[in-house]
Design a protein around this ligand. Sequence first.
Ligand SMILES: Nc1nc2c(c(=O)[nH]1)N[C@H]1C(S)=C(S)[C@@H](COP(=O)(O)OP(=O)(O)OC[C@H]3O[C@@H](n4cnc5c(=O)[nH]c(N)nc54)[C@H](O)[C@@H]3O)O[C@H]1N2
Ligand SMILES: Nc1nc2c(c(=O)[nH]1)N[C@H]1C(S)=C(S)[C@@H](COP(=O)(O)OP(=O)(O)OC[C@H]3O[C@@H](n4cnc5c(=O)[nH]c(N)nc54)[C@H](O)[C@@H]3O)O[C@H]1N2
Ligand code: SF4
Ligand SMILES: [Mo]
Length: 746
Amino acid sequence: MFTMSAPTAEHRVTYCRICEPMCGLIATVDDGRLVSLRPDPDHPLSQGRACPKGIAFTDIQNDPDRVLEPLRRRADGTFEAVSWDEALDDIAARLTTILDRDGGDVVGQYFGNPAAFGYASSLWAGVFMARIGARHLYSAGSQDINSRFVASKLLYGAASQLPFPDLLRTEFLLMVGANPLVSHGSAVRAPRIKNDLADIVRRGGRVVVVDPRRTETAREYEHLAIRPDGDAWLLLSMLQVIFAEGLEDTTAMAEQSTGGETLRRLCREHTPERTAERTGIPGDIVRMLARDFATAPSATAYGRTGACLGRHGTLVSFLLDALTLVTGNLDRPGGSLMSRAVIPVEEMGERLGSFSYDTMRSRIGNHPDVLGTFPAAVMADEITTPGPGQLRALFVVAGNPVLSVPNSKALESALPQLDLFVSLDLYVNETNRLADYILPGTTMLERDDLPIMFAACSPTLFVQSTEAVLEPYGQARQEWQVYAELARRMGISLFATGPLERFNRVLAKLDRFRATRMTPRRMMALLLRFGPYGDRFGLRRGGLNLDRLRARPHGIVLDEHAPSGILGTVVRHRDGKVRLDPPEIVAEVGRLGARSHDDPRFPLLAIGIREMRSQNSWMHNSPTLMKGDRRHRTRIHPDDARAAGLVDGGPVRIVAADGAVESEVLVTDEMRPGTIAIPQGWGHRGGGWTLANSVPGANVNELTSNRSADLEALAGMSVLNGVPVRIEVVGTEVVGTEAVGTAAAG
Ligand SMILES: Nc1nc2c(c(=O)[nH]1)N[C@H]1C(S)=C(S)[C@@H](COP(=O)(O)OP(=O)(O)OC[C@H]3O[C@@H](n4cnc5c(=O)[nH]c(N)nc54)[C@H](O)[C@@H]3O)O[C@H]1N2
Ligand SMILES: Nc1nc2c(c(=O)[nH]1)N[C@H]1C(S)=C(S)[C@@H](COP(=O)(O)OP(=O)(O)OC[C@H]3O[C@@H](n4cnc5c(=O)[nH]c(N)nc54)[C@H](O)[C@@H]3O)O[C@H]1N2
Ligand code: SF4
Ligand SMILES: [Mo]
């Protein structure tokens, strides 16, 4: 794994920001170029562990296909390099014209997943859009976690609150729709999660994995092969058993919650025997599971994308926490812990109202906003449907929605209709090959960072900052600076009015920087000092400030265990209690099963699958990760394959109500019969990535629906799991490999 490096090479401590564990890395840098990355043995949490993606990030950093100068699309669809000034002047002028004509109602932004891993870009992009009154805000969240946010809004009055499993102390982990041995954990930060899970069993505890597929994680532990989308019924049944047998913790319920009686009533009908058909799990097993969970010394119910991306994602997330609370395990050691960030960005967001839910509705579909964003699924129709508020100008930051949102073909054909389409990215991808401008963003190694968002979901209380380990390559520019530059050109002061202005003034006073310009870093530094572990500007001795963080580059363990007993400080309902009876949830339980899966044309259900050497759609250009036999393969149970006349390694045509794709068959009994698993993030035909484009693969989101009626009701989540399909034999030709348009440049 070591690369010989020149004697001038330097080793710089940093951390990975590809996914949530944020493993410690050591970058070897020579003459301003990255030579290699290796795991940081001195990182207190990851302790010398990193996954193949983290190490292979060297390929991305040094990728000859990277966009390193601003690109402008010519009339023929190809790109030409232009200067930053040219690009920004033109974008600012065109945006100003659009704003003068139609106002912010027609301007939008899509915020991709990697954007969540940089505090500066998310802050400034958000502030900029707020200042121009942009109404069309979208993010990867509606394909990922918004249902979890809404559940938290209903339960705690705080959408930012993400309870996470106390992996280090729990005796019973119920894991619903997560595969951390591959994903490395999401909404829980545990870089050595493999060890953490093994330790649970080693100390006599249990790990039960609820998943339609016998995944890498399920294989190691107890596995319940649930029917896709059966989770709401399973959890209702577990609660039914617990209430019926008097196994609930009445003291905890009384202290922590209101509405328990309603929850009890909602569950009453759903005995395990009645839900067995929905869940595919025999009633007696559910009864045992419920009893064991309720009587374990400590227990935590945790769910991730498999819990969030079905037809009832909000309800499932809600019920997971309800189960934990009702059994006396919420906010307790060994149960689920409430998140409280070291740098209280979320708290500030809650105070400023940016963690909103249903404060406005989308023009198409009348969907409630989640954190100020609408379902990305409606973007295509928002572009193509005329009328006031029609989406005319779109910024895409670190996103590839043409592969990642449902009915991607609709979006692909809608994007060229925009008056202005700007992307900030590392590559020419399937989405921005249709943009007017592609502006070269920085990689994680080219910017400083501080932990936000999921960093608070850490069983060990930990904080780490990093400096940029490289100057931006070529003309790449930090995303926040791009927004600051645009604002300057448009004569907009980002902090002139609104709540942030007040915030800015208070902070500036405290920091005695009254006259200086607010930067994301300064804002974060101030929040850190204000925060629960901050130095409070000298009032708290030994408290944190940026200098203290910098002096400890491998990070600081603030406490071996994240706090418990803090529920009262994080719940934002007026009575300080968790609400177990929100009307939205009552209504959703009433809707259960209203849409059946029983279309005889589509007898199977398709779910997604994440692969160890992929990161959504954007690491398929790394030669290291693509080594060996990497192809798009759809996992099918032997019975289903046989019935359809399909053979292992042969092609398969997968047909859904909304489209069809072709893939390669991988016959495996790890699937539940009746369920197939299709990897997401494939089907490359974007301009710039040479290697990725050369590998066969289908875009699973040509099978998924973006119709409003098909979205999850409460959060407007895309339904990406449990998609009704059928499978058919095809000829020998595998499609999905042809390059559509050659937009590469630079
Ligand atoms: N190597 C790798 N790591 C990644 C990523 C990647 O692309 N590659 N992506 C990152 C991102 S963006 C995220 S959000 C996280 C996600 O982190 P996880 O959610 O842990 O990752 P998944 O592998 O998608 O796990 C979801 C599981 O849900 C199961 N499932 C599907 N439908 C259902 C259902 O109806 N019910 C139940 N109970 N289970 C179901 C699937 O079989 C799958 O095993 O991973 C992150 N980490
Ligand atoms: N069917 C189906 N669809 C899914 C999922 C599923 O399970 N099934 N999973 C969903 C999930 S959980 C997620 S998170 C989404 C992801 O959806 P997206 O965020 O839309 O897509 P990504 O594939 O993550 O693409 C990220 C883009 O950001 C760029 N990028 C990477 N790092 C940086 C950076 O530092 N700066 C800038 N400016 N750009 C950068 C990459 O080049 C890439 O073009 O996909 C969702 N879509
Ligand atoms: S698991 Fe891999 S990609 Fe994720 S943070 Fe760690 S090294 Fe990076
Ligand atoms: Mo995600």
